[in-house]
Design a protein around this ligand. Structure first.
Ligand code: PMP
Length: 308
């Protein structure tokens, strides 16, 4: 498989653990044609006390909210999905992994009216390393403002993780990679900075940290929330405020946050160095605090860990 993905033993599928190879869908699934699904991305980390899933309940709560927004009749509660995810990690005998819950419309209706379509809910897990590469995590990534705008709330639901709305992220990511960059930064319809194709964005100006507010059309990232909390608790001034394109160019530091990307420094934006081009002190502090929190080394944040 691409991405170096190694199959694991089981996939959780509507209440049972089935072999990885059998986790397939019919070609006439509604979700395949129209993007009618919701999903999550979650990480489980190896800690001194065994594997722990980071903010699992918060991710499953977000999945339930996404389903509500898209009127997808999810048949499982957040608590049931949380238990299922932990059972899957246990049975797949994984220490550290990525988890991908997804719920989508299956067969039974192929018209746009989804009434009558079945709802399928599945969770897969596998070992996934640094999303933007080990070098990206260490030295920072090169990004470019995308020609594609982030989905706006007059046509889609930016705060939800609907499968269909990720087509914009795919277009933006492809465009960035083909042009020789690592990641894209998307603006909203008004031209304000929103986020990466699959990450929230932060910049540092004169010792203050700025990140676009949810109302700018960002996903309410769980890593974003964690990093805001960790930095504020450490005494750093963090502001949710509109970020302009000029703010990007004048930033002393910039970084992405996301479950897959974790805390990844940004070293160049639109062919301009961010600060000196080296990850700055607040970026390093955010990275260190986040790594310590997810691996259970900070007692104040142990409640974020769900031990399997
Ligand atoms: N924005 C987008 C568009 C995303 O897909 C993601 C990944 N879920 C994020 C931000 C980061 O969210 P989280 O920290 O919850 O993974």
């Amino acid at each position: 498989m691409s991405d170096g993905m190694q199959p694991t033993k089981y996939v959780w599928s509507d209440g049972s653990l089935i072999p990885w190879e059998e986790a397939t869908v019919h070609v006439l699934s509604h979700g395949l044609h129209y993007g009618t699904g919701v999903f999550e991305g979650i990480r489980c980390y190896a800690t001194g006390d065994g594997p722990a899933v980071f903010r699992l309940g918060d991710h499953m709560d977000r999945m339930v909210r996404s389903a509500k927004a898209f009127r997808l009749p999810l048949e499982w509660s957040s608590g049931e999905l949380t238990a299922a995810a932990k059972e899957l990690v246990r049975q797949n005998e994984l220490d550290a992994c990525y988890l991908r819950p997804i719920a989508f419309l299956g067969t039974g209706s192929i018209g746009l009216n989804p009434r009558g379509a079945t709802v399928r809910t599945m969770i897969a897990s596998w070992v996934w390393g640094a999303y933007l590469g080990d070098e990206g995590l260490e030295r920072g990534v090169r990004v470019r403002v995308s020609s594609w705008r982030r989905v706006s709330q007059d046509s889609l639901i930016p705060n939800a993780k609907g499968t269909g709305q990720y087509v914009t992220s795919v277009l933006a990511k492809q465009e960035a990679i083909i042009a020789g960059y690592d990641e894209a930064l998307l603006l909203n319809a008004l031209g304000y900075v929103v986020e990466g194709s699959g990450e929230n964005v932060f910049i540092v100006r004169d010792g203050s940290v700025w990140t676009p507010p949810i109302s700018a059309g960002v996903l309410d990232g769980i890593t974003r929330d964690s990093v805001i909390t960790l930095l504020r608790d450490a005494g750093v001034d963090v502001q949710e405020r509109l970020v302009s394109r000029a703010d990007l160019y004048y930033a002393d530091e910039a970084f992405f946050t996301g479950t897959a990307a974790e805390v990844t420094p940004i070293r160049e934006i639109d062919d301009r160095l961010v600060g000196t081009g080296e990850p700055g002190p607040i970026t390093r502090q955010a990275q260190a605090l986040f790594t310590e929190a997810v691996t259970g080394k900070l007692s104040d944040y142990r409640h974020w860990l769900d031990f399997v």
